[in-house]
Write a protein that binds this ligand. Structure first.
Ligand code: AMP
Length: 331
C-alpha cells in the first residue's frame, strides 16, 4: 500500500473531463491506498480571490467530490488551510529550494507571461508549497498530469537535498502514480481537443448542469457532413462523440451507432439525442447527492473537521521529526 497525496483545486465546478480523467481514479485509489486528498485553498491565494467567493468555492468543491464518491471514512479528505503544519514545512523547505531553479520552472514563466502585473513571491515558491503538501504525509505517490511532472521533480530535488544535508533518508522520493491504461482523455464538444472549462462556452458538460443545459450543449456539438463510404475512419468531431458515448452509454447503444456509421445510415441528431440522455442519466445520481450534502450543513462541517483532524495528526508527526532532524531547541 502506498501513501498517496493529491491536491484538488479550490474553485470551479467539475466537468466530465475531471470526473473520468481524475475523480474516478481517486475513487478507485482510495480503496487500495492510504490516500490524502486536499482542497488546495492556499495555492489559490496567488490570484487574490474575494473572501466570499473563496469560501463558496471551497465549499462547493468539497460537496462535488463527496457527491462523486470520495469517501471521508476511508481516505483523508481535508482543506489545506486547516493544517498549519503545511505552511510551516513550506517555510522550512524554502531553505532547500534555490531561486534559480524556481525561476526556471515552466509554470512560473507562463504565469509571468500571462499575468505580468501580479508576479508575487507565492507564485515563485509554488513548487515548494506543493512539495510541502506531498511530503508532510511522507507520500510516495502523487497522481499528476503531464503539466505537474516538473513540480514533482522539484519536490524530489528538495527532499534529496534535505536528506543529504542531514545525512538521513527520512523523506521518501515522491513519484508519479501510474494509472497505466486507466488514464483517459475526455474530448470536448467543439470538435477538437479535450474537454476543459477554459476551452470556450459549451465545450464542457459540468456535473451540475441541468438536463436542459446538457441537451442544448450536446445538440450543438460539432460533427461533420457524414460518411461517404462504408467503414470509413471517423473524423475527429465524430470520434469525440463516440468517445463520450464510450464513457456514459450502454455497449449495445454504442454498437448500434457504430454499425450505423459503418453502413452510412448514421444520423448525428439521433446520436446526440441519445448521448445527451445518457449523460443526463449518468449525472442524475451525482446531482441528487450534491443536493443532499449541500442541505446538510452539519454533515459537511463534521466531514471537513474530521478530515482536518486526521491530516493534522499525520502532519504533526512529520513536522516533529523534521524539527528534531533540523535541530530546533524545542522539537
Ligand atoms: P483542471 O480542471 O484543468 O484543473 O483539471 C484537473 C484534472 O482533471 C487534471 O489534472 C486531469 O487529471 C483531469 N482532466 C481535466 N480535463 C480532462 C479531460 N478533458 N480529460 C481527461 N482528464 C481531464
Amino acid at each position: 500500500m502506498e501513501t498517496v497525496v493529491s491536491g484538488i483545486r479550490s474553485t470551479g465546478n467539475l466537468h466530465l473531463g475531471n470526473y473520468f480523467g481524475a475523480v474516478k481514479n481517486f475513487i478507485k485509489m482510495q480503496k487500495e491506498h492510504n490516500c490524502f486528498f486536499f482542497i488546495a485553498d492556499m495555492h489559490a491565494l496567488t490570484t487574490h480571490p474575494k473572501p466570499g467567493d473563496f469560501k463558496n468555492g471551497v465549499r462547493s468543491v468539497m460537496i462535488e467530490y463527496l457527491a462523486c464518491g470520495l469517501d471521508p471514512e476511508i481516505s483523508t479528505l481535508f482543506v489545506q488551510s486547516d493544517v498549519p503544519q503545511i505552511p510551516e514545512l513550506y517555510l522550512l523547505f524554502n531553505m532547500y529550494a534555490y531561486v534559480g531553479e524556481l525561476e526556471r520552472c515552466a509554470s512560473f514563466k507562463e504565469k509571468i507571461r500571462k499575468h505580468p502585473d501580479n508576479v508575487n513571491a507565492g507564485l515563485l515558491t509554488y513548487p515548494v508549497l506543493m512539495a510541502a503538501d506531498i511530503i508532510i504525509h511522507r507520500a510516495t505517490k502523487v497522481p499528476v498530469g503531464k503539466d505537474q511532472e516538473q513540480h514533482l521533480e522539484m519536490a524530489r530535488n528538495f527532499v534529496n537535498r534535505f536528506n543529504h544535508l542531514y545525512g538521513n533518508d527520512y523523506f521518501p522520493e515522491p513519484t508519479a502514480f501510474n494509472f497505466g491504461e486507466a488514464l483517459v482523455k475526455v474530448p470536448g464538444l467543439d470538435g477538437t481537443g479535450k474537454m476543459g472549462k477554459s476551452e470556450g462556452e459549451g465545450n464542457a458538460v459540468f456535473l451540475n448542469d441541468a438536463p436542459e443545459v446538457i441537451r442544448k450543449k450536446v445538440m450543438r456539438a460539432v460533427t461533420d457532413s457524414g460518411p461517404s463510404a462504408a467503414n470509413q475512419p471517423k473524423t475527429e468531431p465524430v470520434q469525440n462523440l463516440f468517445s463520450l458515448m464510450n464513457l456514459v452509454s450502454k455497449k449495445d447503444t454504442i454498437q448500434s451507432f457504430e454499425d450505423a456509421w459503418n453502413n452510412c445510415t448514421i444520423r448525428y441528431g439521433d446520436m446526440k439525442k441519445q448521448l445527451a440522455e445518457d449523460i443526463v442519466t449518468f449525472v442524475a445520481p451525482i446531482q441528487e447527492r450534491m443536493k443532499e450534502i449541500a442541505s446538510d450543513e452539519k454533515y459537511l462541517k463534521n466531514t471537513i473537521e474530521m478530515g482536518g483532524e486526521k491530516a493534522r495528526i499525520s502532519a504533526a508527526k512529520t513536522l516533529k521529526d523534521v524539527r528534531e532532524i533540523i535541530g530546533f531547541l524545542n522539537a
